[in-house]
Unconditional design. Structure first.
Length: 135
């Protein structure tokens, strides 16, 4: 559940990279919800790593792998990245490896205008590269 993921991530606040293999869209949504949740633990004067209440404030690289792609997932990822950016915790690299996008008669994945726009919206929120790999 999102609460368990948040609790685990709070203990790993020094992480700068997360690479995760996710089998379900629910799992992906739970992770994104956790990464875009305020860090509600009590701050102390020695807690200098808690950047604006963000869980895993030093996260710069996020790699999401092997899940079934649905166009609405782009909005979920975008909401998470927007929240983190507003709180001073932008990513430098976003890597998405997914399957399930529509293919043409030759078996090639269709880029499509919507997908291109979605990737563009994500790129605006990431300081470095956004890579999308169809598997």
């Amino acid at each position: 559940s999102t609460v368990r993921i948040e609790s685990s991530l709070r203990r790993l606040h020094h992480l700068s990279a997360i690479e995760v293999t996710i089998e379900t869209t629910d799992g992906l949504k739970q992770l994104l919800d956790a990464l875009a949740s305020p860090n509600c633990r009590e701050e102390t004067s020695s807690d200098t790593d808690n950047k604006n209440g963000v869980i895993v404030p030093h996260l710069r690289t996020l790699k999401l792998k092997t899940f079934s792609w649905h166009p609405e997932l782009s909005s979920d990822i975008e909401r998470c990245l927007e929240w983190r950016a507003r709180h001073g915790a932008e990513l430098r690299e976003l890597y998405i490896e997914a399957y399930g996008r529509e293919r043409d008669a030759e078996g090639e994945v269709e880029m499509g205008v919507q997908h291109t726009r979605q990737l563009g919206a994500l790129q605006v929120l990431v300081k470095g590269s956004v890579v999308f790999v169809d598997t």
